[in-house]
Design a protein around this ligand. Structure first.
Ligand SMILES: Nc1ncnc2c1ncn2[C@@H]1O[C@H](COP(=O)(O)OP(=O)(O)OP(=O)(O)O)[C@@H](O)[C@H]1O
Ligand SMILES: [Mg+2]
Length: 393
């Protein structure tokens, strides 16, 4: 007796100890009965459902899940490979074993090329052979599906890489073009007013800074992708993370005419985090808050320990984020059309980096926003164990 529940059936019903369901498509009642008898003897764990034509088989497949299809190639409503193609098209995940009426290897091999897992010649088939063919067909199909899934993943990864290179090149070109343009203005007119030339060089310098920040972001993204971005989490006082970000925000808010509210964290709240990188995350969130808040608005930074975590809130009373954009803001290079239209500077990398960095530290980042009213990002990080369980020593 063939053991169709062998350990090799990792993903199948048989592997889960369930009954293996086989759909037999055969128009000869006598032969269908013979197959059922043979299988009952050789593999009693199989349950066989019989249909006499392709249309009936399609209906059965659309209403019920089968582990394998065995089909005759000489059916009344579709002869030869046509019927098999129709069945494979309507249930592409199903393994198919073909039964050929004649001793015909050519059509059997054709069937395999077109998606069948195996073929058997009726006159030379017995129960054990059939049960083994079903078992191998299920296994082979599951391996083929797994390989197809991997191939899809590889292709999706390659596409993402191509998109990334295209977007990165585009973003690098913008400041570089500006730098070259302003330097050319200076070089082309040696007699220009020194004050005017200085203005051009200053613009070129600002764009160089932007270029450098962008290259640093790209290196961070690459480090995150390749696992080459060492994070050094340590027990650190939450104030050490918040204070430098608050200092930076204070200056940005003053320049932008936006008020800034900072509620310093109580002493002794100790988190497990890479302080420098977490501060950078807060700086990006605060930078966004300032960029997207019109003058006279306000930005705040506050934090509290709750349920074993430090929750840091960066909020603003700015333009807000449209609901449609919320699912995309953590994607690389995403900038809401509003930001692009209003020419707010940025490349759309900040939040994707922030999310990866926070999640790599067992933390989380969430957002709540109302267009026209403002946005609040909340970063949460685990407190050290001693802090989470005050009684423990
Ligand atoms: N506080 C906010 N208010 C309104 N929109 C925001 C806010 N924060 C982020 N966004 C939206 O999310 C987008 C992505 O933000 P992210 O920080 O990733 O990119 P960026 O600030 O445009 O560029 P970068 O940070 O790379 O310089 C922004 O372009 C903006 O559309
Ligand atoms: Mg940003």
């Amino acid at each position: 007796m063939t053991d169709i529940t062998s350990p090799s059936h990792r993903h199948t019903s048989a592997a889960r100890g369930e009954q293996v369901k086989v759909l037999l498509v055969e128009d000869s009642c006598d032969y269908a009965e013979l197959v059922c008898d043979m299988l009952e003897e050789s593999a009693p764990e199989l349950s066989v459902t019989t249909r006499s034509g392709i249309a009936d088989a399609q209906a059965a497949l659309s209403g019920e899940k089968f582990d394998c299809v065995i089909m005759d190639l000489g059916l009344p409503d579709a002869r030869g490979l046509t019927g098999m193609r129709r069945l494979v098209a309507c249930a592409p995940e199903n393994p198919v074993v073909v039964l050929t009426g004649r001793d015909d290897d050519v059509i059997g091999l054709e069937a395999v090329k077109e998606g069948a897992q195996d073929y058997l010649v009726k006159a030379r088939t017995d129960g054990d052979l059939l049960a083994r063919a079903i078992s191998y067909a299920i296994e082979r199909k599951s391996v083929a599906l797994e390989l197809a899934r991997h191939a899809d993943q590889v292709q999706a990864f390659a596409e993402r890489q191509r998109d990334f290179v295209a977007s990165a090149s585009h973003e690098l070109r913008t400041p570089l073009t500006s730098i070259m343009g302003y330097l050319e203005l200076v070089l082309d007119d040696p007699d220009a007013d020194p004050q005017e030339s200085r203005g051009h060089v200053e613009v070129a310098y600002r764009n160089s800074q932007r270029l450098l920040a962008l290259v640093e972001d790209l290196l961070t993204v690459n480090g995150l992708d390749t696992g080459n971005l060492p994070l050094t989490p340590a027990a650190v006082d939450g104030r050490e993370i918040l204070a430098p970000a608050a200092d930076l925000a204070q200056g940005l808010c003053a320049l932008a005419g936006v008020s800034f509210e900072y509620e310093p964290l109580a002493a002794g709240v100790i988190v497990q985090a890479d302080a420098a990188r977490t501060t950078k995350v807060l700086e990006n969130l605060l930078g966004n808050a300032v960029k997207f808040t019109p003058p006279d608005g306000s930005v705040h930074l506050r934090a509290q320990a709750r349920d074993g975590r430090l929750e840091i809130e960066v909020g603003d009373t700015g333009i807000g984020i449209p609901a449609n954009d919320i699912p995309h803001i953590f994607e690389r290079f995403f900038r809401s059309p509003d930001a692009v239209r209003k020419a707010v500077p940025g490349t759309g990398l900040g939040l994707s980096i922030a999310k990866s960095l926070i999640e790599a530290q067992s933390g989380g980042i969430t957002v709540a926003s109302r267009p026209g009213e403002g946005t609040t990002f909340t970063v949460s990080l685990p407190l050290t164990l001693e802090q989470s369980w005050p009684g423990s020593s």
